[in-house]
Design a protein around this ligand. Sequence first.
Ligand code: G3H
Ligand code: 13P
Ligand code: NA
Ligand code: ZN
Length: 323
Amino acid sequence: GLVNTKEMFAKAVKGGYAIPAYNFNNMEQLQAIIMACVETKSPVILQVSKGARDYANMNILRNMARGATEYAKELGCEIPIVLHLDHGDSFETCKECIDNGFSSVMIDGSHFPYDENVALTKKVVEYAHQFGVTVEGELGVLAGIEDEVSSAVSHYTQPSEVIDFVSKTGVDSLAISIGTSHGANKFTPEQCTRNAEGILIPPPLRFDILEEIEKKLPGFPIVLHGSSSVPMEYVNMINEYGGKLKDSVGIPEEQLRLASKSAVCKINIDSDARLAMTAMVRKVFAEKPGEFDPRKYLGPARAELKKMYMHKNIDVLGSAGQA
Ligand code: G3H
Ligand code: 13P
Ligand code: NA
Ligand code: ZN
């Protein structure tokens, strides 16, 4: 069955690795996640955004996640699987997910004034904990768009607020803002430097802020959103086969590897999966224009996704072998 994040996070913080939190809204993504995590023996967090719920339907998604636990068993390894609401926007949304069997929820009050964020998060925690459901809160605002919420620039998490927030709300984990952001264009070209090949090099994450937060909350589970790396190979593949992606830039893997060794124990990745799927679908369409069976392009896309997730678990997050 599904588990909450409690034990998973405690082990990850101690072991110096991060649990992958992969978004899903369709069958091929979910199959690829489970295949990759079983094969690498990695615990995993399946996340569902509000957008995913609107797209795929709550009942379908929760039953897919249940099916995923049985599918993992069938593949030969009972890995810990969490079903998590990503960026919950209200108490009602979180309650609905808890009532529908989610084992973890995020309440994202980061765009509200501090006291409102505390009050809302506390209310969700009080409800969730009655059912053994764990809660992720957020302090600081990422640049870019989070569902309906948007901000032009990052508002980094203030280390001076974290102890008060965690003790007042009772959250189980805390998402922070240290320079990551959502989507495939995480930095403007102006924020970057260019290397000899003309490739955009983003400014480094604020590891100094992360360190200060860790000092205030020793051993407390920290979460990083917006952690796709936006691999050049996928961006190039998309553009080679008729796409038009411009100035795409993500978080270098080296920095995520470093973050994984710290109290960061959950790393959110969605955009890289979108890129992998789109790249492979475009390739098949370009190379086999006569093909019209969706399995013939979604199948290769699923295989590419699986490869990408395995790479994250093994080479970036260090979650492989931890299930
Ligand atoms: O937080 C952002 C995630 O990538 C989910 O995106 O709201 O388009 O499903 P979405
Ligand atoms: P990316 O857009 O970097 O994949 O971030 C996903 C995320 O934070 C989901 O909550
Ligand atoms: Na870690
Ligand atoms: Zn996010």
